[in-house]
Design a protein around this ligand. Structure first.
Ligand code: 5GP
Length: 121
């Protein structure tokens, strides 16, 4: 898995593209999705250069892994969805529907989110 330094989230991390930031710490950045699929749709990414969850769990430190998952929960709290419920999702690869090759966890909420995955067409 070769990391592409010019993917859109790498460019956001370098400040070359703006984002609507929700949360940031030493290891993670969270920002609103540009094309939200729910009233709350936030992306949480590691600052390190990891293509996907597979790459991340293979190469990231325990500290980075803990930081990412703690940031996801923190973002749900900031967004105010913890009482009514929310969903986290990370697409991996072609069948997973991953479009941006920098690991990201989607945080959805703000309405009933429906079935876990779309029915096959
Ligand atoms: P994926 O399909 O890879 O799991 O999700 C990629 C997500 O990134 C999509 O929901 C898409 O709307 C979002 N996205 C793509 N480009 C940008 C961008 O430039 N800024 C922001 N904030 N989100 C983006």
């Amino acid at each position: 898995m070769v990391y592409d330094d010019n993917n859109v989230f790498a460019r956001i991390l370098r400040g070359e593209i703006p984002c609507r930031k929700v949360h940031e710490d030493e290891h993670t950045l969270a920002f609103h999705d540009i094309n939200p699929q729910a009233p709350v749709h936030i992306l949480v990414i590691p600052k390190g250069a990891y293509v996907s969850m597979v790459d991340f769990t293979a190469r990231a430190s325990d500290v980075e892994i803990a930081a990412l998952f703690r940031a996801v929960t923190k973002v749900a709290e900031i967004a105010g969805v913890t009482v009514e419920g929310w969903r986290l999702l990370s697409n991996v690869g072609i069948n997973g529907g991953q479009e941006v090759p920098h690991l990201h966890i989607h945080v959805f909420g703000g309405r009933k989110l429906g079935p876990m995955i779309a029915k096959p067409v």
